[in-house]
Design a protein around this ligand. Sequence first.
Ligand SMILES: Cc1cc2nc3c(=O)[nH]c(=O)nc-3n(C[C@H](O)[C@H](O)[C@H](O)COP(=O)(O)O)c2cc1C
Length: 182
Amino acid sequence: MRIIVAYYSETGNTEKVAQAIHDEAADGHDVRLCKISEITADDLRDYELVFLGAPCHGSDLAPPVRKFLKAAPKSPGFKLAGFFTHATYAPDEYEGGEEIYQRWAGKCIASFETPCQEKQIEFQGYFHCMGAPSPPIEEFIRTKVISSEEQYRSYLSEVRSRPDSKDLHNARAFARTIISKL
Ligand SMILES: Cc1cc2nc3c(=O)[nH]c(=O)nc-3n(C[C@H](O)[C@H](O)[C@H](O)COP(=O)(O)O)c2cc1C
C-alpha cells in the first residue's frame, strides 16, 4: 500500500509521533514521511492512506493543518487517519482529565472529522498524546491554567518527557491497527 505520513510540528513532538507511525508503516509498505510544507494537498492523491499530524493550538489543530485539510481534494481515492499532540493531560491520564482535555484540546477531533465528511474522505480514526510545551506555553499554563504550585510542578515533571517511549509505542500500535483494517 502507498502511504504518506504528513505532519506539521514546531518543536518536534508531533514529528516524533510521525516518525514512529512511519517506522511502523514502513514494515511492508511504501511510505513517505514529510512535512506538510513540502507537499500540496493535491499530492495526497498519489496515496491510498494518509496519516496527517498536528500540534494542538488554541484547543484545535494548528492552523496550517486546518488550512491544508481545507485544501484537500473532494472524493479522493485515499483514506485518512489523524494524530495530534497537546500539552494538556489526556482524558484517561488524570483525575478530572476529561474536562481539562475538552477545554484545551477538545476541537481537534472534529477538525479532522468535519472536513473529511465534507469531502467524502473516509476518516479512519485518530491518535493523540501529550507533548512537552515550549517555554512560553509553559508560562501560559503556569499563569492561566494551573493555579496550585504543587500541581504545576507535578504537571511539568510529567509533560516535559512527552511524547515518551510508551506514547511512541502506542502510536505504532495505532498505525498497525489502521493499516490492518484496510
Ligand atoms: C501557539 C500554541 C498554542 C498552543 N495551544 C495549546 C492548547 O490550546 N492546548 C494544548 O493542550 N496545548 C497547546 N499547545 C501545546 C502544544 O500543542 C504541544 O506542546 C505540542 O506537543 C507541540 O507540538 P510540536 O512540538 O509538534 O509543535 C500550544 C502550543 C503553541 C505553540
